[in-house]
Design a binder for this molecule. Structure first.
Ligand code: ADP
Ligand code: MG
Ligand code: ZN
Length: 502
């Protein structure tokens, strides 16, 4: 093993400026594959979703998936790209067992979308513009599983298994222009870019873009140039970085590693690298000093793609509000800080809160329940908020019951507990568990009288002017009504009975 000399991040940034390039692959959520009618359902038995075309059998012919082209155009438009009038697929020739045709159908010098940008907002609110070089269409490869070795890698394996269900699933590859001027915020910018892209893809409805499921994967290119220089250094390319946190860590690690090599008088070799989740390091993969010769040539079995201008404009008109703008708008409407909005996003609560508001709840209440009690419950049971068995409509109903005074906070929490336990909707749970606030003045009055009679000494203190002592009597009434009284009203009644002003 070669020892890697890392320079501290601060020292590295004092001497060098980082340049980044991010290549993101997104698996589209189409019903069928890119060039055949095979299904794309995740988790199907190995090779159950294959046909002669995606297995590359001789004589089979591809046909382009129209929905995939539409998704590609939408992504291109959302990234402020120009959409090609006319473009072609190309064969990228290489041999690997997970690619049965021995070429990947991709796009080369004629991408469907090119020359755009995505504005990303950093945690302090600053907006950084990332240039987009291109977004092109291609197909995914199959999946190999190497059996018998210690590492799961091919080295040392006795044999390998191949599953071609993924072969031919539509991919969009989105490549940034070299990102300069990021300085010490490079890791944060890389993360924010991938996060923003993910939100955008989801908002467009073209993919769920779940990184943990490999639906979105990022290759991180990085190089350093000495401060003051304008000439890019040699880059490394860390492949398949599969979470936002890993993207950030990979950039940081490569900055420190490159600086170590350069400070030591060494040279960076252009190579691909593997990222290691456990310690956030990268190790050398394939050396790539010269551009590999993939012998690209236009795919002769597919017609060119020539999106009609009118159709492109129709699609442009359907684009949703950009996630960044939508977040800012909601943040202002709800009157919350950047930081609070960030917590909502991190908790995956944004859409749930919006749906709860749409169902009639006030924004602050919707946010309070999802970010408070429900987040706590999800955390306890190790699920996502979306995995909880309560709907936004049901949360809105709980809010309504609180607003009309039928439930107090404590009873609302018990109602939610009942809904989560499968006891029915909020009204049903309130009914079954008998959770309604005691608002019947007669019953409350009796409870107050009993509390005064049972705590004569405290009652005397209050009569004598120690209003603060009323808390003890309120507590007694709440206890007697099993928490089902409106505490503020109880306090009023006690002071009234004892003839003191509150
Ligand atoms: P490859 O096919 O070798 O990965 P691409 O051109 O598809 O090459 O992607 C390279 C990515 O790296 C792009 O995002 C590009 O902007 C970026 N890039 C190019 N040169 C450099 C460099 N010297 N340092 C950092 N990033 C770079
Ligand atoms: Mg690449
Ligand atoms: Zn197929």
């Amino acid at each position: 093993m070669t020892v890697i000399d890392l320079v501290s991040y601060e020292d590295a940034l004092a001497s060098y400026d980082p340049v980044m390039g991010l290549e993101v692959h997104v698996e589209l959520g189409t019903q069928t594959k890119m060039f055949c009618g095979c299904a794309t359902v995740p988790g199907a038995p190995a090779n159950a979703q294959t046909c002669p075309t995606c297995l590359g059998l001789p004589g089979s012919l591809p046909v382009v998936n129209a929905t995939a082209v539409e998704s590609a155009v939408k992504i291109g438009l959302a990234l402020n790209c120009s959409i090609a009038d006319w473009c072609r697929f190309a064969r990228k020739n290489y041999f690997y067992p997970d690619m049965p045709k021995n070429f990947q159908t991709s796009q080369y010098d004629e991408p469907i979308a090119f020359d755009g940008y995505l504005d990303v907002q950093l945690e302090d609110g600053e907006v950084f513009r990332v240039g987009i070089e291109r977004a092109h269409m291609e197909e995914d490869t199959g999946k190999s599983t190497h059996i018998g070795g210690a590492t799961g890698r091919i080295h040392g394996a006795s044999h390998s298994l191949l599953d071609y269900n993924r072969a031919g699933i539509p991919l969009i590859e989105i490549v940034t222009k070299p990102i300069t001027g990021a300085g010490d915020r490079a890791p944060e910018i890389a993360r924010a870019y991938v996060a923003e892209l993910r939100e955008l893809i989801r908002a467009l409805g073209v993919s769920e873009a779940r990184m943990e499921m490999g639906q979105m994967r990022c290759d991180v290119n990085l190089s350093l140039m000495p401060k003051g220089s304008q000439t890019f250094g040699t880059r490394s390319e860390t492949k398949n970085v599969n979470s936002l946190r890993s993207v950030e860590r990979a950039v940081r690690f490569e900055v420190q590693r490159h600086a170590g090599v350069l400070d030591g008088g060494g040279v960076i070799v252009q190579e691909t690298r593997h990222f290691h989740e456990d310690d956030g390091s990268t190790t050398s993969g394939r050396v790539k000093e010269e551009a590999e010769d993939y012998r690209y040539f236009p795919e002769p079995d597919l017609v060119p793609v020539a999106p009609a201008r009118a159709w492109v404009e129709e699609l442009r008109a359907t684009l949703p509000e950009l996630p960044r703008l939508r977040r800012n708008r909601l943040r202002e409407e709800w009157g919350i800080s950047e930081h609070e909005m960030q917590s909502v996003l991190n908790a995956g609560a944004l859409d749930l809160i919006i749906a709860t508001i749409d169902a009639g709840a006030p924004a602050d209440q919707a946010r309070k329940w999802w970010m408070g009690e429900l987040a706590r419950r999800a955390n306890e049971t190790g699920t996502e908020l979306t995995g909880l068995t309560i709907t936004p409509e049901q949360v809105a109903r709980v809010c309504a019951l609180v607003a009309e005074g039928s439930l107090n906070d404590k009873l609302a929490r018990q109602t939610i507990e009942g809904v989560l336990a499968g006891e029915g909707g909020p009204d049903e749970v309130v009914e079954k568990r008998g959770l309604k606030v005691v608002s019947d003045e007669g019953a409350l009055g009796t409870a107050v009288d009993e509390a005064i009679a049972g705590n004569a000494a405290i009652a005397d203190k209050i009569r004598g002017g120690k209003v603060a002592a009323a808390g003890a009597l309120v507590g007694a009434v709440m206890k007697a009504t099993r928490g089902q009284a409106d505490a503020a009203r109880v306090r009023e009644l006690i002071l009234e009975r004892l003839g003191v002003q509150g």
